[in-house]
Design a protein around this ligand. Structure first.
Ligand code: AMP
Length: 320
């Protein structure tokens, strides 16, 4: 069992109401790998420049993440993203995107990566996502994420890549943007009609909604009193979701497992936003994950206690 993820491994400059970081380790594949590493073996496929040093590599190695497919290009710089969040932190404003090494990225996967049971195509150029998907012939579960940047600049390619995966994970706003439908349920149906059997709509602090063949499942956002930096929440969600499913990939992936995956995804996302970048995930423990999973269970459980028999009734025959 192993999950392979392809996506950005980056340096981010971040500005939130809680502070600023000029250059910290980021990237969709970074957040995903760290989150997934709590559940299963992870292989990261990506490219970095010579500015990516031993300190950054150690973040992956400490969590046992396999970096054989993480190329390092001499004389070039890593992907760089600068983002800023407003007071409510619901939307990231992109200030700068420098593809750098990713502009020429066309990976040939190692045998180990190609044999992974679960493959996640994190947010990156959709042609690259598709070429990675094509190399992973042994995959039993594949998923992808994307963002407004690619929805507007490479829509057709993105739709083509979506046809080749089982699970699409997008923000609710991205689903509306992609499908041109303001209604989320209809938008999710449109995406499922392309081929994916599961659509997960991430809803920021409101949690996530999942649309499957069997219906609908919703998980709330964890009621954190302080959110320091929402960067990477979506990727950490996906890491928890697919990492958990990979740990169960030897048997069929049922709706019950998909629901637990959505809760583990929310657990990982909720931790990731407590601190800047990947700082919180770097020191997270299994015990903390399980404790918050149980809290989600309590938060969402309710007994069906119907109205008491003496409840108010209105006799319609007296009405004029
Ligand atoms: P999220 O907050 O989960 O949407 O993802 C944040 C991460 O995505 C950051 O750490 C960025 O480095 C990375 N990112 C931002 N824009 C892009 C892009 N256009 N392609 C790939 N990764 C990106």
């Amino acid at each position: 069992m192993a999950v392979t993820v392809v996506g950005s491994v980056a340096f981010d400059a971040l500005e939130t109401p809680f502070g600023k970081r000029d250059r910290i380790l980021g990237g969709a594949a970074t957040h995903f790998s760290l989150a997934a590493s709590f559940f299963t073996d992870v292989r990261v496929v990506g490219v970095v420049g010579e500015d990516f040093g031993a300190e950054e590599l150690a973040v992956f190695e400490v969590r046992g993440i396999n970096t054989d497919d993480l190329d390092r290009v001499d004389g070039a710089r890593s992907f760089f993203w600068a983002g800023r969040y407003e007071e409510d932190m619901a939307v990231a404003h992109t200030l700068d995107t420098q593809l750098n090494v990713f502009a020429e990225f066309d990976p040939a996967l190692s045998e180990g990566a190609r044999e992974s049971a679960v493959v996640f195509l994190a947010n990156i150029q959709p042609d690259v996502q598709r070429r990675v998907r094509e190399q992973c012939e042994a995959a039993v579960l594949t998923g992808l994420d994307s963002m407004n940047y690619w929805i507007t600049s490479a829509r057709d390619s993105l739709l083509q890549t979506m046809r080749a995966v089982d699970v699409v994970v997008l923000n609710d706003a991205e689903i509306r943007m992609l499908t041109h439908d303001p209604n989320l349920a209809r938008g999710a149906r449109q995406i499922r009609a392309l081929g994916p059997r599961v659509v997960v709509a991430k809803q920021g602090s409101y949690g996530a909604a999942m649309f499957t063949e069997e219906g609908f499942f919703s998980v709330p956002g964890y009621p954190l009193e302080t959110v320091v930096d929402p960067t990477g929440a979506g990727d950490s969600f996906a890491g928890g979701f697919f990492g958990y499913l990979d740990s169960h990939s030897a048997s069929p992936i049922t709706d019950e497992k998909l629901r637990c995956a959505a809760v583990y995804g929310s657990v990982l996302a909720s931790f990731s936003i407590e601190e800047f970048g990947s700082e919180r995930l770097q020191r997270l423990t299994h015990a903390e994950i399980e404790q918050r999973f149980d809290e989600f269970r309590r938060m969402t459980h309710f007994e069906a206690i119907r109205p008491a028999a003496s409840g108010r009734t209105v006799t319609t025959s007296n009405r004029r």
